[in-house]
Unconditional design. Sequence first.
Length: 537
Amino acid sequence: MGSDELVQPLIGPGVGAPQPSRCRWSRCSLLHILASVALLLFIATSVQQLMSGQQAKRKHKWAPDLNVCEAYVGTDVDQPFSVILTADPGDFSGTPEAHFIIANLKHKHAKPRSQTVCAGHFSGVLMGQPVLVVTTGIGPPAAGLCTLEVVSACGPWIKEIVYFGTSGWSPARGGILNPPSCSAANPHAEPTRLGDVCVSPFSVNWTCKKATWAMQAAGYPNQCVKPEEVSSPNATYLYGECQFYADNMEGNLDLADDLIDAAKAVQARGGVPARTDAVNAVEARYWGAMRNATKAAYPPMEPDAAPRLWDYSQCMEVDGQFFYSGVPWELKARDYAADTLRAAGVAGDSVTARDVIAVSAMEGIGVAEALLRYHGLATTPRKIPYTHVRTLSNWLHQPVAQVKPGVWEVAVEIPEDFVTGYGYAIATGSATIMSLYQTRCEADRAHHRLPPATDCTFEIDYGGEVQVYGSNPAGNSATNASGEAGAVGSAASGAAGTAGFSGAADAASAAASASDGAGRPVLSRRAALQKKGVQAA
């Protein structure tokens, strides 16, 4: 039967009428069935792919930005990562502030200097966790520009930001002098020491003031005076934002609490560089002169004492590109810090300059301004928690003596030392920051979120010997002076990651570490403040 038989009219069942072939129609029915099955399979596959794509999109809501971020850091990004920022590449003190942290990175990848506005850029794995270590360069503009570059490229993938650097401090919490009480030095002063650490997400711009020379210099050369001014940093209509505390305060305080608790725990087991003879000599010279000049009974400077960790209710970064020395300026810095703390509401409504330490630096306000602007964008998926870690490298004024009733002048000019104090401050600050990652590493390893062989130790080569801090994978203490047992860079630690960020840990582990890995008693610190009548943030 030819193909034309199928198109002839069906006459009827009579004799001689052409009949369609049953076999032909059976074959056609089979073809229709197969085609239908194929169509159903195609539809099912398409729906499955669509659902998978939607699930993947939900899992990585900002997946389109991943390629931009990977191109920026120069390696694969498979989970949120931490960013550690520092300022000085070594131009000022001779030692880069990121030196010890970079030395502990595994699988380092350096971004060429010609491809970034930042002064240094390394990605890698720090104790099993992906970290980007960036040197911004010195000063608020450099810090702000660099920070904005980093978050613009990788914001959705950044877990947190910690800014670290050395700084000049008030010689004591509450200051040495507090006019108009000028008959004697502050009897309640709590001295600060080289290597002390301030952890606070707050900062204020010291240069945001309106004043005349006569107002600022009134009483000269008396050091026990408070400079007068027309307007201070809270006059946003004049200067814009100068007090940085409100942006993402809850997230920032949580990160600061994590870091403080981890540092205290690690410090309690000896996880901090010891003072050298040179450090003790600098302190003895300064505080010996201060005692002789003020006639105050300051506590002895124990040569083996660990640096003190001060929190955001006690200290604050007060920034400006003015390297000053003098009680009046130091006092105004404490005034600004106290005013900002009152606005933040984490240290009570009655906090004054007598309750705080001014930490003089430059870059915190640049970082804070950049993040404030970034967080205000409609395209920003989430606010990034951040905090500052500042360590004491020098003090903000020389020893002072009362030359006649109520009049104080500089007693002795102690030569500046830009090596000893800065070197020790870089070491203690680095240990403080790495304590956070060590605590998380140990928690993740214990809960099998990191391989059992992950090395959670870090080392610091300071004072002529290599110290290794933490416990090795077997759980034994690795703190020693040889740098052998559990040393950073061992083969065991390599199991935690591959080149770049990949393989350091899965995203679930990173999220878990942020919430419970550090085991922080956040409520205990907030509760302690509340018991003092403080409204917790």
